[in-house]
Design a protein around this ligand. Structure first.
Ligand SMILES: Nc1ncnc2c1ncn2[C@@H]1O[C@H](COP(=O)(O)OP(=O)(O)OP(=O)(O)O)[C@@H](O)[C@H]1O
Ligand SMILES: [Mg+2]
Length: 273
C-alpha cells in the first residue's frame, strides 16, 4: 500500500484530472481501498466538477481542523470521505473533498504533518493507497509534509515549452522538499500535448517520465466538469492509460518501500539485495 503525491505548476497542467483518473482506475488488490485526498491548498475541484455538486453533505478537508484539535483526526477523516466506486464495486474508491477556499489552508498548518503521518501509516494499518492532489502550491510550506511522506512524488507536465518552463523551478523546490528521499521516488507524468517528446521533457526537467497520458479532451472534460460520458468515457484512452499509470506507480512505491525497509548494508547500487 502506498502514498502517491501528484503536484503541478502554474497553468493547470492536469493534476486533478490525472489524480482522479488514477483513483477511478487504481489497481486494487482484494479488500484494499484507494483514497484521493484533495490536499491542494488552493482548494478542491472534484465535488463541483466531476461530481457536479451531487454529494451527500458538506464533506471537506477543511472540517479536519476541528477533528484534529479534538484529537480525532483519523475518525474525522473517515467521516469526510465520499464513496466514488462504480455501482457494481464495493465502497473501495474514496474521495476526501478539498478546501472550498484557499483561506481555509491557514487553519490546517498543524494538521498537514499529522495527516502526512496518518497517510504514511495507512499503507500498513488500514489497507488504503492514498493519492494526494497537492496542486501547484502544496509541495512547499506546511503541506510539504505530504510530499516528504509520499512513496512516489509525480509532477504532472505537458510537452509544451510553457508547461516545461513552469515546471522547472517547481521541480527544483520539490527536490529540496524531498531532500534525501529523492531518487526514483520523484518523476513525471507526461500529458502528451505539445511538440516535446518524452525524451526531451525528461532531459529538460532532469527527471524520468514514469507514465504518459494521452491528450484526450473529451474524457478529460468528463473528469473536470462531469456529465454522462457513457461507454466512450469508460473505454477512453485516458482511463486506459491511467490504469497503466496506476500499476506503474504502485510498483514503484512498493520497490521504494522495500528499499527503505532494507537494513543498512543490504542495499546495493541496483536496489535491495
Ligand atoms: N489528459 C488530458 N487531456 C486533455 N485535457 C486535459 C487532460 N488533463 C487535464 N486536461 C484539461 O486541462 C484543464 C486543467 O485540468 P486540471 O483542473 O486537472 O488541472 P490542474 O493542474 O489540477 O489545475 P489547478 O492547478 O488549477 O488545480 C481542464 O480543462 C482539463 O479537462
Ligand atoms: Mg487541480
Amino acid at each position: 500500500m502506498s502514498v502517491i503525491a501528484f503536484v503541478g505548476s502554474p497553468g493547470g497542467p492536469g493534476v486533478t484530472t490525472t489524480a482522479l483518473a488514477g483513483l477511478l482506475t487504481w489497481p486494487l488488490q482484494p479488500g484494499r481501498r484507494a483514497l484521493l485526498a484533495e490536499c491542494d491548498p488552493d482548494g478542491g475541484s472534484v465535488v463541483a466538477g466531476y461530481l457536479e455538486g451531487r454529494v451527500p453533505g458538506p464533506h471537506s478537508l477543511a472540517n479536519l481542523q476541528v477533528a484534529d484539535r479534538l484529537g480525532r483526526l483519523e475518525a474525522g477523516l473517515w467521516e469526510q470521505m465520499i464513496n466514488m466506486s462504480v455501482p457494481q464495486e464495493a465502497a473501495n474508491r474514496l474521495l476526501l473533498p478539498g478546501l472550498k477556499s484557499p483561506a481555509q489552508a491557514a487553519g490546517l498548518q498543524q494538521t498537514w504533518p499529522r495527516l502526512a503521518t496518518l497517510f504514511g501509516a495507512w499503507h500498513r494499518s488500514a489497507g488504503v493507497d492514498v493519492l494526494v492532489d497537492l496542486g501547484r502550491s502544496g509541495s512547499s510550506g506546511a503541506a510539504g509534509a505530504l510530499v516528504r511522506s509520499a512513496d512516489v512524488v509525480v509532477m504532472v507536465v505537458r510537452g509544451t515549452l510553457r508547461a516545461a518552463a513552469a515546471a522547472r523551478p517547481r521541480i527544483e523546490a520539490l527536490r529540496e522538499t524531498v531532500g534525501a528521499r529523492a531518487g526514483h521516488g520523484l518523476g513525471l507524468v507526461l500529458i502528451t500535448e505539445g511538440p516535446y517528446a518524452e525524451r526531451d521533457v525528461a532531459e529538460h526537467l532532469e527527471l524520468p517520465v514514469l507514465a504518459r497520458l494521452p491528450y484526450d479532451e473529451a474524457a478529460a472534460r468528463v473528469l473536470t466538469h462531469g456529465g454522462a460520458g457513457g461507454r466512450a468515457f469508460t473505454r477512453s484512452a485516458l482511463l486506459r492509460e491511467a490504469a497503466v499509470m496506476g500499476t506503474r506507480l504502485q510498483q514503484l512505491a512498493w520497490s521504494r518501500q522495500e528499499l527503505l525497509a532494507a537494513p543498512a548494508g543490504e542495499v546495493s547500487a541496483g536496489g535491495t539485495r
